[in-house]
Design a binder for this molecule. Structure first.
Ligand SMILES: Cc1ncc(COP(=O)(O)O)c(C=O)c1O
Length: 390
């Protein structure tokens, strides 16, 4: 038995994923089996949990600074997983990826300016842009049989508009599970740089990469492009730490760094917390075997879903993700309209999955399924889907 097979009752805590109020508001039912928000039904690595216990036993949780050993562990993790080298000076601590996006939008654009996104994409981007009084500018992905590409012609046009100041790149891309390779990313950044548009590269899903795929962080690109790259990283997905409030902004360019630092100071950001930092250092140093086991387990879940769907003969397909723990299920051959798919899943099959159109209208006809659950739960979910399908 794998440690990921263990069922942990998450209703005992205020879990967003499992809370009846959330389920009711999103799926009009408390009884759905949840496969939605991007966290995992798994315990974090023992290395990290043991460190938290150790700190609790020590008992003093007051102000602390981040020692060099912490930076060394983070730099080495990024080197291994994102394939580039940072120095301590390149790193800013930030509460979350969301906060980092807000800070960047605030200091690198003016109200009314445009921020480019590439839907279907993580739905919160739209909120960060709107809540900062900026304009959402869409560079919609091109799709063919569930495989996506960048529409470079459209991107060229969008970056030429002088008021469009930023592009949020999601790599690996949530919800489609694809990794944009270095050549593609290089082309995106070059186009942006030529038109003085800054690329905010959200790499939060970059640690969970399936065998046969490679992820390179955007800062692995040639140094001539670094003046237009802000890389956003957090171990929040990797070690299942939703809301743990330690996330990082990586910048190599001095001028860009100064702009972001100034903005962070305005809001009193950049502090750390000793427990979180020690826990992360333990995970960066000793969490690799756990992460490898996690990826193998998730691969097993994908295989199970694949074979269940194939055996059932249902017209629901997916392309295997390169990264992260989301499946982008394609229901377009089902004959159901996008809203009907969501109603079928939540009301009939009693499954709580993210409707594709939550990621922009470009995701209509798809559903995102979070597969980071014990295999028996995945099995139950697939059985509900298949037996209720008519
Ligand atoms: C692409 C992407 N970015 C950011 C986040 C959220 O990160 P944070 O909680 O650090 O704001 C998520 C969460 O699902 C995500 O999928």
């Amino acid at each position: 038995m794998s440690l990921f097979d263990k069922i942990i009752d998450r209703k005992g805590v205020a879990s967003s994923k499992w809370h009846p109020n959330y389920l009711n508001s999103l799926f009009s039912s408390e009884d759905v089996l949840p496969f939605w928000i991007a966290d995992m039904d798994f315990r974090s690595p023992s290395a990290l949990l043991d460190k938290i216990k150790e700190r609790a036993d020590y008992g003093i949780l007051a102000y602390e600074y981040s020692p060099d050993s912490f930076f060394d562990s983070l730099i080495s993790w990024v080197e291994t997983h994102h394939r580039y080298t940072l120095s301590k000076e390149n790193i800013h601590a930030s509460p979350s990826i969301g906060s980092s996006i807000g800070i960047a939008i605030d200091c690198l654009s003016e109200p009314g300016d445009g921020v480019i996104i590439q839907p279907p994409v993580f739905m919160e981007y739209k909120n960060f842009i709107k809540n900062n009084g900026r304009k959402i500018v869409k560079n919609v992905l091109l799709e063919n049989e569930g495989i996506y590409n960048i529409d470079f012609e459209d991107l060229e046009n969008k970056v030429k508009v002088a008021s469009n100041k930023l592009l949020i790149l999601c790599n690996p891309h949530n919800p489609i599970g694809q990794i944009w390779d270095l050549e593609t990313v290089s082309k995106i950044v070059k186009i942006c740089k030529d038109n003085d548009v800054i690329v905010l590269s959200d790499e939060v899903h970059g640690d969970i990469v399936y065998s046969g795929n490679t992820f390179n962080g955007t800062l692995a690109l040639d140094s001539s492009l670094h003046s237009h790259i802000i890389s956003l990283y957090s171990p929040v997905k990797t070690f299942n730490l939703g809301g743990f409030t330690d996330s990082f902004i990586f910048i190599k360019d001095k001028e860009l760094k100064e702009k972001i630092s100034k903005s962070m100071k305005r809001f009193g950001l950049g502090k750390t917390n000793g427990v979180v930092r020690d826990a992360l250092e333990a995970a960066f140093r000793n969490g690799e075997p756990w992460l490898n086991d996690l990826i193998t387990y998730l691969q097993g879940n994908i295989n199970l879903i694949d074979s269940k769907l194939k055996e059932s003969g249902l017209p629901i397909t997916f392309n295997r993700p390169a990264a992260s723990y989301q499946l982008w299920l394609d229901f377009r051959q089902s004959g159901m309209a996008a809203a009907e798919v969501h109603t079928f899943l939540s009301q009939k099959a009693k499954l709580g999955m993210n409707a594709g159109f939550w990621f922009g209208r470009e995701g209509a006809g798809f559903t995102r399924m979070n597969i980071a659950s014990p295999r028996s739960v995945i099995e139950e979910g697939m059985d509900r889907l298949i037996t209720n399908y008519e």
